[in-house]
Each structure stands twice: as structure tokens, then as C-alpha cells.
Design a binder for this molecule. Structure first.
Ligand code: TYM
Length: 382
């Protein structure tokens, strides 16, 4: 029997059974009819959608009903600035960018420097804020439209958010967060409070406009537990429940059940890696290949359990035809793991070079994107 897996916003362990996760979390699979409706509105579908990488949702059908009826939605996503960004983190941001381009959606992007302070990532809020600024460059580098993108730090916007945070906090009990996150008496009280801060941006555009504006949250499935709580408190506050669209998680280069972690630089491709580091991480990665070349040639490889293949499929090879060829030649044993890694390394290095140039250009453009205290209209009643 497969080892029991764990998926929470702070801990991902074991080999994830994504269908079981849908049952556990009570979300819905992203079905064909919804994808077709999305295709009609967007004019196309991003490969993340056709490849079942974004695979689960809550109320996407409602978002489409509203959109088709002339009531567009806004996007909300975020990042807990704990260190360098890896390519897994980029996945929900790339889909958000696609939705901004194709459906015209405004994006609110939350940088939770407070979260990474409270959850003991850093000893000072300043450190977490500093990392957040670096992470913001990676977000901007993806090409978001500054007129439709608002990136903000919790610590900068807290004065504006606070009345709403309080409205949320008083509707969440300790038993709820214990049940949802597994908190115990030894969690600090900031951790217990934190989910109210991650909730507020789901109501932000409604609060700003003074009317119900639908919100869609693209995120990794690990973040869903926060938004179950958000959805529970929304009606009591007079806001619509946010909808979600969830992606599967990019596996670690160390193996499908291992963790991608900034403390182990070779567990992932970090977007700020040097060419040498990225290359080394790829060459040392675990694969789904046979134990020897002979065995591999005879029996072929197993792309479904190969982190290298997942890096192709989830990010670095968006051409379906070539991806199919990679898969076929792996399965029939024609493609050896060494060759496959070389080809991936080329794609990764080309991506890194471009991304790193763009993130440097973004330094001068930070102010075009950052939302500060005072930028939002004061709330009349909260
Ligand atoms: P964080 O910084 O841990 O992750 C940022 C986003 O990346 C997703 N993610 C992944 N996606 C694919 N493969 C992976 N291996 C992988 N690891 C992480 C996460 O699901 C997330 O979408 N508390 C949040 C920050 C946050 C947020 C939000 C996230 C605040 N508001 C709204 C999503 C939506 C956090 O620490 O994310």
C-alpha cells in the first residue's frame, strides 16, 4: 500500500494521490465541459489546463456563469516569501498571467511577509520583507500588465486591511483552525490568527468597489485549506465566496515523494540558480529510468514516476507534440535518462537566462506594481 501522504499549506509529505486529495478536501475535478466553456471565453486553453496539471476547482462554473453574463472576476494569488522562488511556485502565477491576458482579469498578489515571520522562517519581519522584494521581481518578470496587477506586502497594507481582518478573525474559532490545520496548544497565537490575513484579499475588490465582485484564486492544492475557511466566513460578511482553481505540485528532483526545499538547493530548479547549479541539480536528479542501460533499453522508463519528465510536462515543454515524443521514446527505451537530462538542461538554462534578465529589469519597475498604504480608498464601514 502507498505510504500515507500529507498536504497542508505548510507541509507536503509522501507521494500524493491527487484524486484522493479531491475527496479529502471536498473540491471538484476540473471537467471537460468547464474547460470547453473556458476555451470559448479565452479563445484557447493553456497547456496546464489540457494536461490536467490544474485539475481541481471550487465554483469555477459560477465564475464562468458570471463572466458569460457580463460580470468579470478578479484574480487573487500569493507567495509566502521564505526564500528563493522555484519553478513550482511559478505555475499558479503563469496561469494567472494567462488569465489576465485572455480574460482581462485584474490580479491582486499578496506577499505574506508576516506569515513567514510567524511561522518561524525568519527572526525579523525585515528579513522576510527583503526576500519578498526579491520574489516580487520574479513575479513582475513573468510579464504581468502593471495597469492590472497590484502586488502588496501584508506589513505595508495592514492598516487598510485590518478592519476586514478583524471581521474575519472574529468569525473563526480555535476549533476550526485546529481541525483544518492540525494546530495544537504549542502553536503560537500568530499562527492561529494568520488565516484571517490570507482570507481578506478574497474580498478586497468587493470592498474597494462596494459591490460583489467575483474572485478566482489560482493556487497549488496545498493552499486550499485556508480558502475553505474563507468560503465559510464570506456569506456572513456579505461577500461572495471566492472560487478556486488548483494545480498539482511539481515534484522534487530528489524523487516524487521528496520535498522541494530552499534548504536543499538541488531539490528544485530555483529561478535565481546559476547555470552551473541548475545543471548540477538536473544531472543529479532521480529518474524513472531502468537500473542499467540494458534494462532501460529492454523495459523502457516510467515517466509517470520521473521528476525529470514532470519538469518537462509541468513547465519546460509546452509543445504537446514534442512532449508526447519524449514520453514515447522514454517508454520504449530509446531515450536514455542522460540524454533526457541534457535536453532538459538546455531548456532550463535558456529559461533562466531570459528570466534573470527580466527580473533585473523589473527592479526599476517595482513601484509600478506595488500597492502601498493609502493607495486604496478608505473603507466606509468595516
Ligand atoms: P508559497 O509561497 O508556499 O507558494 C506560492 C504558490 O506556489 C504554490 N506551490 C507550488 N505549485 C506547484 N508546485 C510546487 N511544488 C509548489 N509549491 C508551492 C502554492 O500552492 C502557492 O500557490 N501562504 C501562501 C501565500 C499566499 C497565497 C495566497 C497563495 C497568500 N495568499 C493566495 C495562493 C493564493 C504561501 O506561503 O505560498
Amino acid at each position: 500500500m502507498a505510504e500515507e501522504f500529507v498536504v497542508t499549506p505548510w507541509d507536503v509529505k509522501g507521494e500524493i494521490d491527487y484524486n484522493r486529495l479531491i475527496e479529502r478536501f471536498g473540491t471538484r475535478p476540473l471537467e471537460e465541459n468547464l474547460l470547453e466553456r473556458l476555451r470559448t471565453q479565452a479563445g484557447d486553453l493553456h497547456p496546464f489546463l489540457t494536461r490536467d496539471i490544474f485539475y481541481s476547482h471550487r465554483d469555477l462554473d459560477w465564475i464562468l456563469d458570471e463572466y458569460e453574463g457580463g460580470n468579470p472576476f478578479y484574480l487573487y494569488t500569493g507567495r509566502g516569501p521564505s526564500g528563493e522562488v522555484h519553478v513550482g511556485h511559478l505555475m499558479p502565477w503563469v496561469l494567472s498571467k494567462w488569465m489576465q491576458d485572455t480574460l482581462g482579469a485584474t490580479l491582486y498578489f499578496q506577499l505574506t511577509d508576516d506569515e513567514k515571520f510567524l511561522f518561524r522562517g525568519f527572526d525579523t519581519l525585515g528579513e522576510s520583507h527583503h526576500v519578498g522584494v526579491e520574489n516580487a521581481l520574479d513575479i513582475i518578470a513573468l510579464g504581468f500588465d502593471p495597469a492590472k496587477t497590484k502586488i502588496f506586502f501584508d506589513s505595508d497594507l495592514i492598516r487598510w486591511m485590518y478592519p476586514l481582518v478583524l471581521q474575519v478573525a472574529r468569525r473563526i474559532t480555535f476549533s476550526t483552525v485546529k481541525a483544518v490545520f492540525g494546530f495544537t496548544a504549542s502553536n503560537n497565537i500568530g499562527e492561529i490568527f494568520y488565516t484571517s490575513i490570507q482570507t481578506v484579499p478574497a474580498f478586497m475588490e468587493s470592498a474597494v468597489q462596494g459591490r460583489s465582485v467575483p474572485c478566482l484564486i489560482p493556487c497549488g492544492i496545498d493552499q486550499d485549506p485556508h480558502f475553505r475557511i474563507t468560503r465559510d466566513v464570506a456569506p456572513g460578511l456579505g461577500y461572495p465566496k471566492p472560487a478556486l482553481i488548483h494545480n498539482k505540485l511539481m515534484p522534487s528532483l530528489k524523487g516524487m515523494g521528496a520535498k522541494m526545499s530552499a534548504s536543499d538547493p538541488s531539490s528544485a530548479i530555483f529561478v535565481t540558480d546559476t547555470a552551473e547549479t541548475a545543471r548540477r541539480s538536473i544531472m543529479n536528479a532521480v529518474t524513472g529510468g531502468g537500473a542499467t542501460v540494458e534494462e532501460h533499453r529492454r523495459n523502457g522508463g516510467k515517466p509517470e514516476v520521473c521528476p525529470i519528465f514532470h519538469h518537462y510536462a509541468y513547465f519546460f515543454e509546452m509543445d504537446d507534440e514534442h512532449l508526447q515524443e519524449v514520453e514515447n521514446t522514454c517508454r520504449n527505451g530509446d531515450r536514455l535518462c542522460g540524454e533526457c537530462k541534457e535536453e532538459l538542461a538546455e531548456k532550463v538554462l535558456a529559461f533562466l537566462e531570459k528570466h534573470q534578465a527580466r527580473r533585473e529589469e523589473a527592479r526599476d519597475r517595482l513601484d509600478d506594481f506595488l500597492l502601498k498604504d493609502g493607495d486604496l480608498p478608505e473603507l466606509e464601514s468595516a
